[in-house]
Design a protein around this ligand. Structure first.
Ligand code: SAM
Ligand code: SF4
Ligand code: SF4
Length: 379
């Protein structure tokens, strides 16, 4: 089973994952291409799940070393991040996004690594903001960030056409937050980023908190209290077995049900309907009308049945599941002179053959598989 792949601290050095990044075959192109004007507009997989969301990782680098995502024991000074030449250019990303939009994608989330570390990101946002769905609507364009450089970037992002933003924040306790990001970054500076995004109108703002039992679960209620009534939506995320380096154990997962119970005890909650089919977070609102929270229960309540997300890695590999072990080399098509019709046809095949449902079949064995890293594939 390759136990050493799990990246357990204290069990010696973890096997580098860089080689995994190259496990991606060139997608097959069907003989029969869609005629001009007859592109699919909507793709469904083997479980009738629609392709609706695309997450694009714009860098595999980050200025944080969150212990559950990029532990220093693996992502150290010797770690081989992708070279600049491997990265998709803004033009390549925009072309792929345009073709995905033609196939039914309505929502794009930029992520990473830390997306705001990608130089001139606002230029890419401007290019993506100009794209339209087949019926002429702009895409729902958003971004997930650790918030560290938001205060100085937020105006440019907003001006470029970014609609909303999600900021990750795992604790309001400064010493715990510094320990979790493992680069001693102060919580006050992330809170400044959140305020800056709010003032720029990137609302409603979402705040992502990964909850790891015994590490920051005592911060759940203070986090709810702090943002209650602010208009921001805190989403509590179960610690997941993404990648192969965060030493995940089921015992470290704080189930969403326990999170809801704890908050409900302090501030009574009631469930509310999802905004749309396939929404990842389960929504709850405060009975006193002071806002809502969300819980993302990828481990304890799998939501594969409605999963409509594809992920594009920094160097153009397409993954149809967060827990994938293998991708599809779209960059090979982009740089190989393939036409738009050929790429659209390839996407149709990839999505049409998709059967992923990792969270439904997770076991201790699958958790130990060498999956792609979150910082590479994007959250
Ligand atoms: N750097 C940005 C950030 O932190 O917001 C964007 C990329 S990060 C990989 C995207 C999201 O994934 C973050 O909200 C982060 O907390 C979450 N994440 C990372 N590793 C995780 C894990 N093992 N389990 C659950 N969520 C995780
Ligand atoms: Fe960086 Fe985001 Fe991963 Fe933290 S969660 S290490 S901020 S990519
Ligand atoms: Fe989607 Fe894969 Fe997560 Fe299931 S495990 S919800 S298929 S990304």
């Amino acid at each position: 089973m390759g136990e050493s792949n799990v990246g357990m601290q204290g069990q010696g050095r973890v096997i580098p994952v860089a080689d995994l990044r190259y496990q991606a075959a060139l997608p097959r192109i069907p003989d029969q291409l869609p005629a001009p004007g007859h592109w699919p507009q909507l793709l469904r997989d083997t479980r009738q799940r629609r392709l609706h969301d695309l997450r694009i990782s714009v860098t595999d680098r980050c200025n944080f070393r969150c212990t559950y995502c990029m532990p220093k024991s693996v992502f150290d000074k010797d770690y081989a991040f992708l070279p600049q030449s491997s990265l998709l250019s803004f033009e390549e990303i925009t072309r792929v996004a345009r073709l995905f939009a033609a196939c039914g994608v309505e929502k794009i989330r930029l992520t990473g690594g830390e997306p705001l570390l990608r130089k001139h990101l606002e230029k890419l946002i401007e290019m993506l903001a100009a794209l339209r769905t087949p019926d002429g609507q702009p895409l729902d364009l958003t971004l997930t960030t650790n918030g560290s450089v938001l205060p100085r970037k937020v105006q440019a992002l907003k001006a470029a056409g970014l609609k909303r933003i999600t900021v990750s924040l795992d604790s309001l306790d400064d010493s715990r937050f510094r320990a979790m990001n493992d680069v001693d970054f102060p919580v006050a500076d992330v809170l400044k980023g959140i305020d800056a995004a709010h003032n720029a109108g990137l609302t409603p703002l979402k705040i992502n908190m990964v909850v790891k039992k015994g590490l920051n679960d005592q911060d759940v209620v203070p986090m709810a209290r702090h943002f209650k009534g602010s208009g921001h939506i805190v989403r509590f995320i179960e610690f997941m077995d993404v990648g192969a380096s965060n030493g995940w154990r089921m015992d470290d997962v704080m189930p969403s049900a326990a999170i809801v119970a704890r908050i409900n005890e302090a501030y009574p909650l009631e469930p509310i309907d999802p905004n749309y089919q396939g929404e990842v977070a389960e929504r709850w609102r405060y009975k006193d009308g002071s806002g809502e929270i969300g819980v993302i229960s990828s481990v304890t309540q799998a939501f594969c049945g409605t999963c409509s997300r594809a992920r594009l890695s920094t160097e153009g590999k397409l993954f149809t599941c967060l827990f994938a072990q293998q991708g599809h080399d779209l960059r090979g098509l982009l740089r190989g002179g393939y036409s738009d019709a050929q790429i659209v046809a390839a996407l149709g095949l990839i999505w049409g053959e998709r059967s992923d449902r990792y969270s439904e079949i997770r076991t201790a064995e699958t958790a130990a598989l060498r999956k792609v890293e979150m910082s590479y594939i994007g959250g």
